[in-house]
Each structure stands twice: as C-alpha cells, then as structure tokens.
Ligand binder design. Structure first.
Ligand code: M6R
Length: 357
C-alpha cells in the first residue's frame, strides 16, 4: 500500500536507505561478517568468467556489478542485454557462470537466455526481488534483493538493491579468495544508506532542479566517466520512461565524437562527478558543452566538489557511489514528470514486467 504517499515511486525511493539496511542484515553471517549461501559462493569461486544477463535498469545494475567482480574479486565479467544475447552468443570461457539480474524474475527476454543456457548445461544464478519467480525457480541458485514489492513501473529501490547485493556477492567472493580488500563493506553500505537518507531529506532541492532544468525541456543529457557513466545511463532511462523527455546517457569522452552536435542554447546536461581520478576530465566535458550553450547541472560528491556545483551529495566509498548518485537522478525524474503532468507510476506504453519477447 502506498499509504499517505501520492505515488508508489516516491514511497519506493524513500525506502531505499531501509532496503540497504535490510540487505546488510539479510547477508550477515553467524560471525557478523557479510556472507552468502555456501553453494553460491562455491559457484562464484569455481567460475573463470561471469556472464551477466539483464534488461533495462537491471542491465545498468549489471554494468556496475561487472566493476565489482573485476575490481574486488579479479573475476572477468561480460554484461549482455538479454534480448540481444541469442543473436550473438559470445564465445564462452571454460568455466562460465551465468548471472541473471531481474527485479521481477519474469522478464521473457532474460528467461529465454536462461532456458538456452540450461540446455547447454552451464550453472546459473538469478538475482531477483521475487522469491518463487520464474527465473528464480528455473536457475540453480537465487540471491534475493530484499527490497520489498516494487509497484511503480520505474525501478528505483530494486536498482539500489541490485547494486548492493552485487557488491556483497563480489566482496564475499573476494574475501574467500583471499584477495586483500582493505575496506569493510558492511560499514560502507551503512554509510551509503545514511547518504541516501540525506538526499531524500532534501527533496525540495531536487524539485527545484527539476523545475529549473526540465519543466519545458525537449531533451536532456546525462554524462559521466567510469562508474558514473553507468549511472548516467540509468538517469537517462528514468527520465525517458516517466517524463517522456528525450534523454541520453553518455560517457563524457564520447561527446566530442558526435553527440555534442546536439547541444543547443539551454540544453540541460546533468554531469556526475563522484570519481576522483576522472573528476578533472568530466569537468572539462562540462566546460565544452557549456561553451556551446548547454545548461549544466553538476552533481558532485563531497570531497570531489567545487564551488558552483549545483548539488553536492554525501561522500561514500568510491565503489558505492552509484547507490547514492542515482537517487538525485531518480528524484529529478520524478519531479520533472510531475511538472509535466505525467502518470508517474504507470507511464504510457510500459508494463512493470515485460513478459513478451
Ligand atoms: O524485472 P526486470 O528487472 O527483469 O525488468 C527489466 C526491465 O524491464 C526494467 O528494469 C525496466 O527497464 C524498468 N521499467 C526501468 O525502470
């Protein structure tokens, strides 16, 4: 039930800190350390390459999961859009593990890949929010998101849960393999949960940004580098699906290879700056688009921020920034949709789970 909330989406965004705290609890082992089911850990450790299969927002979470498994656990990862997988099946490694990321557990495009992979006899793991869902039942293993029912068509809390659970799985695998990780993920997730809460508590700032940048915009761009690029893809998808504004996410460095031609006087450009190593470069991209008339909105993380940034979000561990940086983008989309009188929870042409291929 949405109770006093005007929309499920707003309620679900508000639940995000709680969802992360629930995940910390759900994945706490007997010794208080983060843990996952022993069979799943065995499957992850046995694989020499992971193949992540997903669609939409879940695909965007998968891109971040790739960084987690590669950077924390040193396991190579490929991320595939489920509807494309069948046309261009990659050459598989010797010991693949297929990971299906799906909020609903019912997405037909992803299920089609699962069926094929099972026929081939490879091990499978589904990361889903819905226990007993088709992809959960049909895979060898399941990791649950513990996000609670997600009703709004636009996925918000499930994305944050997917990113958090992927972090937990990569971290636990890395620890078991003795890869020397020097941070305490449990603690860092708790910090991220608090960071999200801080953003949620200052929603009015995001409402102002939405009005200022998007009330009458025809299009918008989201840019970032490194992990921020993946979050910019998600920011653009959120805006497209609920406000119907043409929006694209880009890697900052790609702009000059074509897209910058679309920048006109007043074009909104949202730039994420959370990664210290690329902060200067992405700020350079902001200058390039501003010089061509763009209306830039820099969303920077504390510690990498500068005077004049439109929004500064709380500092979190550099790998966990997507958990926090996505939240202002979700809220900006929400308020943009409200300003444009769109049906936030049930956008046109879309269904919550896409059960046709
Ligand atoms: O249930 P799934 O995670 O498999 O759904 C995949 C996509 O259909 C879904 O993420 C979609 O992109 C959302 N509406 C995005 O907000």
């Amino acid at each position: 039930e949405k109770g006093t909330y005007p929309h499920y989406m707003l309620k679900e965004m508000d639940e995000q800190p709680t969802v992360i705290r629930k995940i910390i609890q759900a994945y706490e082992g007997e010794n208080g350390e983060l843990a996952i089911d022993a069979d799943i850990l065995k499957a992850l450790r046995a694989a020499n390459r992971l193949y992540i299969i997903a669609a939409g927002t879940s695909y965007h979470a998968g891109l971040i999961g790739k960084q987690y498994f590669e950077k924390m656990a040193g396991i190579p990862v490929e991320v595939h859009i489920s509807s494309e997988f069948g046309y261009n099946m990659p050459l598989l490694s010797e010991r693949p593990l297929f990971i299906f990321i799906t909020q609903s557990g019912e997405t037909a495009d992803s299920r089609q890949v699962l069926v094929k992979i099972k026929e081939l006899g490879y091990p499978t793991l589904t990361i889903t929010n819905v226990p007993g869902s088709t992809l959960s039942r049909e895979a060898d293993h399941t990791l649950l998101l513990h996000a609670g029912p997600e009703i709004a068509v636009a996925s918000t809390k499930a994305y944050v849960a997917q990113v958090a659970v992927l972090a937990v799985a990569a971290y636990v695998t890395a620890k078991a393999n003795g890869t020397g990780l020097e941070f305490d993920l449990k603690q860092e997730l708790a910090i991220a949960a608090n960071g999200i809460q801080t953003i949620i508590d200052s929603k009015d700032v995001l409402e102002d940004i939405a009005e200022d940048y998007l009330k009458i915009a025809r299009n918008a761009f989201f840019i970032g580098r490194n992990i921020d690029f993946y979050v910019s893809l998600e920011g653009a998808l959120k805006l497209k699906e609920i406000s119907y504004i043409q929006a694209e996410g880009f890697a900052g460095g790609e702009l000059k290879h074509g897209t910058i031609a679309l920048i006109e006087e007043g074009t909104p450009v949202f730039a994420l700056v959370t990664q210290e190593d690329v902060a200067l470069n992405i700020r350079g991209n902001v200058k390039e688009v501003t010089a061509r008339g763009a209306y830039p909105c820099i969303i920077a993380m504390a510690g990498v921020d500068e005077d004049g940034d439109r929004l500064v979000i709380p500092h979190v561990h550099e790998l966990l920034t997507p958990l926090v940086s996505v939240v202002p983008l979700q809220l900006i989309s929400y308020y943009a949709a409200l300003h444009r009188r769109c049906d936030v929870d049930k956008p046109r042409n879309l269904a919550k789970s896409v059960t046709v291929e």
